[in-house]
Unconditional design. Sequence first.
Length: 265
Amino acid sequence: MLEKTSSPVAQQQVPTPAAATSNNDDVNSEVHILVCGGPKVGKSSLINALCGCPVAKTNTIGLDRCTQKTNYYQLDNIFFWDTPGIQQWSHLDIDSYLNSSGRSQTPVCMFYCASPGSFTKLKQLDMLLDECIYQRHIFCVLVVTNMFVDVNRRVILDEFKALLSKYIDDKKEIREEHGIWYYGKVGLCTMINSQEYIDEDTNRRQSQQGINELVFAVTKSLSETHLLADWLRTIEQNRQFWFDKQEELYKLTEKPHGTCLSEMV
């Protein structure tokens, strides 16, 4: 379960995906999202920012190999699967993680987080992308978190771009929009700030940045797939997103203003 939070738009009438999923026979089915990356790179902050509310870490379970464990965060029937120790994982560990976290269901997408100042092992990420993209056809989202912490954030983003580009034969499928780099139907990458950042040296404050753009980018990328309804369920309580991006949602779906979301899906 989750805690309720107040928001300046909480009392306003804004579109939500409830209508979009209300006619779905699987509305009570589980939704699974993978969230990968090393420790202390802002994975839990990203999950909270995507959902628009605090999401509880509920359990730690063992994977098929007894030496590995994984955590999951739960929001109603939506599960976010975390990956402690991924830096040391082998092909077998990655396969075991993907088999266990999906519960025999294809995840909506995979988020991989790296923060400036953290050490990213590109070998493990490369293996993870191969498995997700080539073998399981999972949409991959590579995110530079805590973007204001260090100037090296662009180095990480460039590494993400290089990794994703190898899965695209036609370079025309690579494009940049509003700070989001799209790579055809296989993935995207960007930089975000999930929560307010305060520079301890200058006391300068940086507000949350890039979350709405990221949520909309994933929505757009999944808009022509059967996974869209599950993604809309995932972000249903992010009322700030629905309020800020409703105009773009109408344009994306080519529907007139006032159209209920059940007609957008």
